[in-house]
Design a protein around this ligand. Structure first.
Ligand code: FAD
Length: 505
């Protein structure tokens, strides 16, 4: 048995000298928590199931240069971004792909080329026009669902003074999917219905929205789709990959790779964590920073069981799939734009290729399917998946030369992630993220799916790691009356307020 710090008794703790914490999961949330607690003089052990750190931050170097198979954008290039001080200090360059208020979230409509299936380029004016129509339909969708309350006729002035988000928030009736809301809008406003090429372009916008949520429009909640906070400053690609951020935070930590946790037992004065090979670790507290998909799979046993409200949050929050098929070519043969797209009759049939050449100077395109399409492609071999992506590309560029190398991610079936990131499903509350975060005794929860403000992001996951560390520090030290002797876990530059703990859920 590996003994870490406190062993279920104060005596153990006195011998060990400082409080101890086990961090489970070495993604950005776990590494941030471990770093913060280590810097606050805790004994910290980090247990990671994979043979690498980073989790859904995965920078691959097999092409001879960094390529991110997981996260690649900093969403919110601004000083308010909790990761900004670290990225700034490391001097990591960003390639900005959008400013604020882009209809496509992470791209401006400035540098792109959309094609139909026959390889004809869609006129830019049409793309812009359909983009405006897409925004109008979304606004109408908010109003439409609100209409179900018949309030449009009783409170017209209030409605007129509200923006779309407020209208959704006011809504008290049954939630519905984005897809269902769109069809209601089309019934009410036939003038917004599009046919032919404009319809296909609209499907492409929907496809990009599905990429943002990693989920199909029939599963995205109308009530909650716009509840996350978008930081200002637009979106920037991490040109050298995200890995340096992980490596910097992990420096000097006691990290155990290939340690898959299977059981977490908690008692009033400590936790005991069991790993797949049967070895156990003991500490004052633990930070559980594994993905939502892993919690859903119940491959980790909690003893005693987690309370019902926590289990329900795990069950009800959605986890979607977005993947990357990275194609490395021997030369650039495509237009010098930030992204290429293929429009189709349905969002499932649409394609999106990120042109990494613009950002990193290598001839690389990244095909990014999401939702059901991503799930279907995961059933293929890597070679077949790369071929599938290349076939999509050939539709728009028939003379395309075959890739010399490829990489294929499988975030949905990888047992270490079981999904790409969380999203709000129809009929469930956005508060679930907060419920997932709330500690249970000496177990603290971190990870993107515990971030109510920035779910599904690296900076959101990072913040929850810091929050869990702070909560953990407060709880462990308050028991021994030593709150003043350790440094707070947050650095000077990062201030994270830890919400009050409300025990009645
Ligand atoms: C394809 C893709 C693209 C994305 N793009 C962006 C983007 O551009 N910008 C952005 O901000 N976000 C993006 N995201 C989301 C972002 O990557 C995640 O929100 C974030 O990295 C999650 O960090 P985390 O620490 O919560 O979880 P993870 O990074 O998943 O870390 C959890 C860790 O727990 C480990 N683990 C699992 N089970 C066990 C176990 N039983 N025992 C021990 N360890 C275990 C895992 O191996 C993993 O290392 C993207 C994600 C994907 C998949």
């Amino acid at each position: 048995m590996k003994l870490l710090g406190l062993c279920y008794s104060n005596e153990g703790r006195e011998q060990a000298g400082s409080p101890s914490v086990i961090v489970i999961g070495g993604g950005i949330a776990g590494v941030a928590a471990a770093r913060a607690l280590h810097d606050a003089s805790f004994q910290v052990v980090l247990l990671e199931s994979r043979d690498r750190l980073g989790g859904r931050v995965h920078t691959d170097f097999s092409f001879g240069f960094p390529v991110d198979l997981g996260a690649s954008w900093l969403h919110g290039v601004c000083k308010e971004n909790p990761l900004a001080p670290l990225i700034g200090r490391l001097g990591l360059p960003l390639y900005r792909t959008s400013g604020d208020n882009s209809v496509l979230y992470d791209h401006d409509l400035e540098s792109y080329a959309l094609f139909d299936m026959d390889g004809n380029q869609v006129p830019q004016e049409l793309v812009t026009k359909v983009g405006e129509a897409f925004e109008n339909i979304l606004k109408e969708a908010c109003i439409s669902s609100f209409l179900f309350l018949s309030l449009l006729f009783t409170l017209p002035n209030i409605i007129a003074s509200l923006d779309c988000t407020d209208k959704v928030r006011l809504e008290n009736n049954e939630d519905m999917s984005i897809l269902r809301a769109f069809s209601i809008v089309f019934e009410r406003r036939p003038d917004l219905r599009l046919e032919g090429l404009p319809h296909k372009v609209l499907q492409w916008y929907l496809c990009r929205m599905e990429g943002w949520f990693a989920a199909d429009s029939e599963t995205i909640s109308l009530k909650c789709w716009d509840q996350e906070e978008l930081l200002p400053g637009g979106h920037g690609l991490m040109v050298r990959g995200y890995l340096p951020v992980i490596n910097t935070l992990a420096k000097g930590l006691d990290i155990h790779l290939n340690h898959r946790v299977t059981k977490i037992a908690r008692r009033y004065n400590g936790v005991k964590v069991t790993v797949e090979d049967g070895s156990t670790f003991i500490a004052d507290a633990a930070v559980v920073a594994v993905p939502l998909g892993v919690l859903k799979s119940k491959t980790i046993t909690f003893e005693p069981e987690l309370p019902d409200w926590k289990e329900k949050a795990i069950k009800d929050l959605g986890v979607g799939i977005e993947n990357k098929i990275v194609l490395n070519f021997d030369h650039v043969f495509w237009p010098n734009v930030e992204f290429l797209g293929v429009v189709a009759e349905t969002s499932y049939g649409c394609s999106y290729f990120l042109n990494l050449h613009k950002a990193i100077g290598h001839p690389v395109l990244v095909y990014m399917p999401a939702g059901k399409l991503a799930r279907d492609i995961e059933k293929m071999s890597d070679e077949a998946a790369a071929n599938f992506a290349f076939t999509q590309l050939k539709k728009i560029l028939p003379d395309a030369s075959a890739p010399i190398q490829y990489l294929v991610s499988r975030w949905g079936s990888d047992v270490n992630s079981l999904g790409s990131y969380s999203y709000d499903t129809v009929g469930k509350s956005h508060d679930l993220y907060e419920k997932l975060r709330i500690p249970i005794d000496n177990l603290f929860f971190a990870g993107e799916a515990t971030s109510i403000s920035y779910p599904g992001s690296v900076h959101g996951a990072f913040s929850t790691g810091l929050m869990a560390a702070e909560g953990c520090r407060m709880r462990v030290l308050e028991r021994y009356g030593e709150l003043d002797i350790f440094q707070p876990v947050m650095g000077e530059e990062v201030t994270v307020s830890v919400p009050l703990l409300i025990s009645r859920m």
